[in-house]
Write a protein that binds this ligand. Structure first.
Ligand SMILES: Cc1cc2nc3c(=O)[nH]c(=O)nc-3n(C[C@H](O)[C@H](O)[C@H](O)COP(=O)(O)OP(=O)(O)OC[C@H]3O[C@@H](n4cnc5c(N)ncnc54)[C@H](O)[C@@H]3O)c2cc1C
Length: 303
C-alpha cells in the first residue's frame, strides 16, 4: 500500500494534521491500543474529502473515529489511517424556531447536552454522562434502555467516497437499540436534532437524577468503554454477568467491574489481549448458563 505516498500527499495540506505511528491508547477511553500507521485530523469538509481520496487512491485502509469511547484497539494497532474530525465539524447552529439544532459530527455530546440545557430544551437529558461525539452517538444510536439519539434526529448529512455528500431524513434510517442502518463506509458530517421547549428546573432535575444513578451503578472515572455487550431483549446483561459470579473476574489488568457486570475496566496495565480474554470468558459463561449469544456493543479495531 502507498502509505509513504499518502503521507507525502497529505502532509502540509490545508486543514489537515497528519501524524505517523500515533499511539491509539491516547485516543481511546480504555487507554489501550497500539499505533495507527497514520492519524489524520481533518478540520474541513474539503480536507476530509481530499484525505479520503488520497487514502483510497493509495489503497490505505481507513476508519473514522470520534472520541474512542466505544473502541477496543488491538495491541498491534491498526495498519491503516484513523481519521478524526476537527474544527469545522465542532460547530452547532440553532434554527430560528429555537428548538432545532444542527451539530457537527465532531461536537462533544456533553457540550450539546449542555447547550440544550442552557436553552431550556428538553429531549436530550438521557444523554447526560455519555462520552463521545455526535458522530459516534449517531453511528452507535447512543442512549439508554428507554431513549436513544435516533428518535430526536430529523436529518443526517454524510460523506461517501466517490459520491460526495448524502442527505438522510429520520425515516430513511432504521434506528434500533445501539444500531443505526447508515452504511458503515459513510462518514457522518452533521446531524439535526429536534427538541422541545422545556422547563429548566425539570431538565436539571432529570439530568441530576440520571447522573447520580450513573455514579451509583457505574465505575465512573475508570478506563472503560462503557457497556461491553448489548442487553439481550428483555434482560440486563449486567445482572446476568453478576448472577454468574463474574464480577471481579480478571485477566492481567482487565477486570469485570465489581460495580457493574457489563463494564470491563482497565485497572492500569491491561492490554487489548487481556480485555479480549475477559470478553471471551464472559461470553462463554453466559452461553453455558443461559444459552444466550451475547452481542458486543464495543467496536473492535485492528483485530
Ligand atoms: C463511561 C462510559 C459510559 C458510557 N455510557 C454509554 C451509554 O449510557 N449509552 C451509550 O449508548 N453508550 C455509552 N458509552 C459508549 C460511548 O460513549 C458511545 O458509544 C458513544 O456514542 C461513542 O462515541 P465516540 O465519538 O467516542 O465514538 P467512537 O468510540 O470513536 O466510535 C464508535 C463507532 O462510531 C463510529 N463513528 C464515530 N464517528 C463517526 C462519524 N463521524 N461517522 C461515522 N461513524 C462514526 C466509529 O467508526 C465506531 O464504529 C459509554 C462509554 C463510556 C466510556
Amino acid at each position: 500500500m502507498g502509505l509513504f505516498n499518502a503521507v507525502m500527499s497529505l502532509s502540509g495540506t490545508a486543514d489537515t494534521d497528519v501524524i505517523e505511528n500515533e499511539r491509539l491508547a491516547r485516543h481511546t477511553s480504555y487507554r489501550i491500543g497500539g499505533k495507527a500507521a497514520l492519524f489524520v485530523v481533518c478540520h474541513s469538509y474539503h480536507a476530509l474529502r481530499r484525505a479520503v481520496d488520497v487514502l483510497q487512491k493509495e489503497q490505505v485502509p481507513w476508519v473514522i473515529v470520534g472520541k474512542g469511547s466505544n473502541l477496543l484497539v488491538a495491541d498491534e494497532g491498526y495498519d491503516g489511517a484513523v481519521i478524526s474530525l476537527g474544527r469545522e465539524f465542532s460547530r452547532t447552529v440553532v434554527a430560528e424556531d429555537g428548538c432545532t439544532i444542527t451539530a457537527g459530527a465532531g461536537v462533544i455530546l456533553a457540550r450539546l447536552v449542555n447547550e440544550t440545557f442552557t436553552r431550556s430544551l428538553t429531549g436530550l437529558e438521557f444523554a447526560v454522562g455519555i462520552p463521545g461525539t455526535v458522530g459516534g452517538a449517531v453511528s452507535m444510536n447512543a442512549g439508554t434502555r428507554d431513549a436513544w439519539i435516533g428518535s430526536l434526529v430529523s436529518d443526517v448529512v454524510t460523506f461517501k467516497e466517490g459520491q460526495g455528500i448524502k442527505h438522510y431524513a429520520h425515516g430513511d434510517i432504521d434506528w434500533e437499540y445501539r444500531h443505526c442502518s447508515l452504511p458503515r463506509d459513510e462518514i457522518v458530517l452533521e446531524a439535526t436534532l429536534k427538541l422541545e421547549p422545556g422547563n429548566k428546573a425539570e431538565i436539571r432535575a432529570k439530568m441530576e437524577q440520571l447522573l447520580s444513578r450513573r455514579r451509583r451503578t457505574q465505575p465512573i472515572g475508570c478506563a472503560t468503554c462503557g457497556s461491553v455487550f448489548k442487553n439481550p431483549p428483555g434482560n440486563s446483561v449486567g445482572k446476568m454477568i453478576e448472577d454468574c459470579g463474574l464480577k471481579g473476574f480478571s485477566v492481567g489488568g482487565a477486570e469485570v467491574s465489581p460495580v457493574h457486570g457489563n463494564f470491563i475496566v482497565n485497572t492500569g496495565t491491561a492490554t487489548a489481549a487481556d480485555v479480549v480474554a475477559v470478553i471471551k470468558h464472559v461470553h462463554e459463561k453466559i452461553r453455558e448458563v443461559y444459552g444466550v449469544e451475547l452481542q458486543p456493543e464495543v467496536k473492535f479495531l485492528g483485530f
